[in-house]
Write a protein that binds this ligand. Structure first.
Ligand code: NCD
Length: 359
């Protein structure tokens, strides 16, 4: 039985097939309108969401299935102290597939180890957001006709922006990808992406301090909002919130066929005046998200029917402790700490749940 916890749980071929299915759904939605008849999808949202949750709901309804769940933790047994593992076991009794968003990094992984149905990570803290990546990939593919040989500029909160982490990981498996990082100094990429993905895979990247500096070479500009809810204090947010704002003026040196993406919600980082620019694709991106989620639900339900065995865990050691307070191990007291060797050459071990480096 497969789950989708990190984007690299799927091979490039599987991502391509998902995109093909999504494109087929767009062409002939009727063909799919009863594919999930009698199936239930549960949404377990411990953090706010509009697009992700509602696009999963819309996706399941358009497949003829039904939806149950909660959209904020206060209405679930988590407030009574229920563990992620127990919640996953219980919800498996009521639904055929679970979608979880959680503020703790690694929580959906824990759910997938305990559920008896597939689990989809709909965002875990500042860590990963693989289904947003599915939307991003389809949008890039539909705009540019390819996922290879592209220069991608990421702008904004690259530290806590989980959508950026997942998209960089996904694109690391395509060829000819150049990366430009545009972020305030305090909000640069975490090391599990910079070292373990960009550097380890030898992907060319550079950091620049203004949008204008790199605008002319970028094929896809990926804007993000500052993740205010993950900042240690509001003063820090206030200082940084106006760091990068995309305005029509800043686009004057941009390529004519560049595409501008944003996972949304936007706060102030893209001026509304940019919306009329034909290069602005962020609303299409939200729609593409629904089609990719339809394709994903179909795939995971089909695979679960064929094989209900949970996949094996990677080899780990249990004699190290994770000290990341955002990690699911920080609140789930009985959870075993597990570390996997991610860089043999340098002997780097990372937490299996949140990917923090062992100290
Ligand atoms: C993103 C998220 O939740 O990480 N939103 C989304 O899912 N579309 C981006 C964000 O909240 O900034």
């Amino acid at each position: 039985m497969r789950s989708l916890i990190g984007i690299n749980d799927f091979s490039v071929e599987e991502l391509d097939t998902l995109m093909e299915t999504a494109i087929d759904i767009i062409a002939d939605p009727k063909k799919y309108s009863e594919k999930c008849k009698g199936k239930k999808l549960a949404t377990l949202f411990f953090e706010p969401s509009t697009r992700t949750r509602l696009s999963f709901e819309a996706a399941m309804y358009e497949l003829g299935g039904s939806v149950l769940g909660f959209s904020e933790p206060n209405s679930s047994s988590a407030v009574k102290g229920e563990s992620v593992a127990d919640t996953a076991k219980i919800l498996s009794c009521y639904a055929d597939i679970l979608v979880m968003r959680h503020f703790k990094e690694g929580a959906p992984y824990v759910a997938s180890r305990n559920a008896t149905v597939p689990v989809i990570n709909a965002g875990d803290g500042g860590h990963n957001h693989p289904t947003q990546t599915l939307a991003d990939l389809l949008t890039i593919y539909r705009c540019k006709g390819r996922l290879n040989d592209l220069t991608i500029g990421y702008c904004g909160d690259l530290k806590y922006g989980r959508t950026v982490h997942s998209l960089i990981s996904a694109l690391s498996r395509y060829t000819g990808i150049k990366t430009v990082l545009i972020a305030p100094e305090k909000l640069t990429l975490p090391s599990y992406i910079r070292q373990d993905v960009l550097e380890k895979k030898g992907m060319p990247y550079k950091q620049v301090s203004s949008l204008e500096e790199a605008m002319g070479e970028i094929d896809v500009l990926y804007m993000t909002r500052l993740q205010r809810e993950r900042f240690a204090n509001d003063d820090e947010y206030e200082c940084l919130k106006n760091s990068f704002i995309l305005t029509p003026d800043k686009l004057k040196d941009a390529k004519k066929d560049m595409c501008i993406l944003h996972p949304l919600p936007r706060v102030n980082e893209i001026s509304v005046a940019v919306d009329d620019d034909p290069r602005a694709k962020y609303f299409e991106q939200a729609l593409n998200g629904k089609y990719m989620r339809m394709a994903l639900i179909l795939k995971l339900l089909k695979e679960a029917e064929e094989n209900s065995e949970r996949e094996e865990e990677p080899q780990y050691r249990d004699d190290l402790r994770c000290d990341n307070f955002r990690c699911v191990t920080a609140t789930e007291q009985e959870l075993q700490h597990k570390f996997v060797l991610t860089d043999e050459e340098n002997g780097v071990y990372r937490c299996l749940y949140c990917e923090s480096k062992a100290r």
